[in-house]
Design a protein around this ligand. Structure first.
Ligand code: IMP
Ligand code: MG
Length: 185
């Protein structure tokens, strides 16, 4: 287990850069094999921005040429768990009618965020709305949604890095890690 000390926080690596890269190539191939029609990739910000950036480049290598548009959703949380209320802070500008839409998110946990986005896209006449998530944390699903393409099944720990934050920190880490310990004092 590789351990980092960043600003006094002890962070253990769960998924390394190399593991993430290998998994993303496989996900891109999986998505290409589904033969999407006029594919629109919609990263659900903010946590998915690094994953989405790597995934769309892997999609190019897998022979796809998707369009990309962004959605910012705020899902309200009580402590570290989702409360179920979701607001659209920034909507996509693209018309989704008759298109295959791929929602990209960092973590699927309760599923409320993705279920909300999927319903919204389908209500606008998309041909399909599927999801690609880097991590799936089993045991907390509260919405009727499955991750169609899942990077890793993740232990039930609070994770950071590779776009994901803890109180706005650690998005820049090139790996996914778990904060084991905070600063002393
Ligand atoms: P849900 O599936 O609607 O419960 O929400 C999942 C969202 O909660 C993710 O997209 C993350 O933004 C956030 N989230 C859940 N678990 C973690 C974590 O361990 N670290 C950082 N963000 C998390
Ligand atoms: Mg998120």
């Amino acid at each position: 287990m590789t351990r980092h000390n960043i600003d006094g926080y002890v962070i253990d690596v769960l998924y390394s850069e190399a593991e993430i890269n290998a998994r993303i190539s496989a996900l891109a191939k999986e998505i290409a094999a589904s033969n999407p029609h006029r594919l629109l990739v919609v990263p659900v910000l903010k946590g998915s921005f690094i994953f989405a950036a790597d995934l769309i480049r892997a999609m190019h290598h897998a022979g796809l040429s998707p369009e990309v548009d962004f959605m910012i959703l705020a899902s309200y949380r009580e402590g570290t768990r989702s409360s179920g209320k979701v607001d659209v802070l920034r909507d996509i500008e693209s018309d989704v009618k008759d298109r295959d839409v791929l929602l990209v998110d960092d973590i699927l946990e309760s599923g409320r965020t993705l279920a909300f986005a999927k319903d919204l896209i389908m209500a606008r006449g998309a041909k399909s709305a599927t999801s690609c998530v880097l991590l799936f944390k089993p045991g907390h699903l509260a919405a009727n949604i499955a991750g169609d393409h899942v990077g890793f099944e993740c232990p039930d720990k609070f994770v950071v890095g590779y776009g994901m934050d803890m109180a706005h920190q650690f998005r820049e880490l090139p790996f996914v890690g778990h904060v084991v310990e905070g600063p002393k004092g």
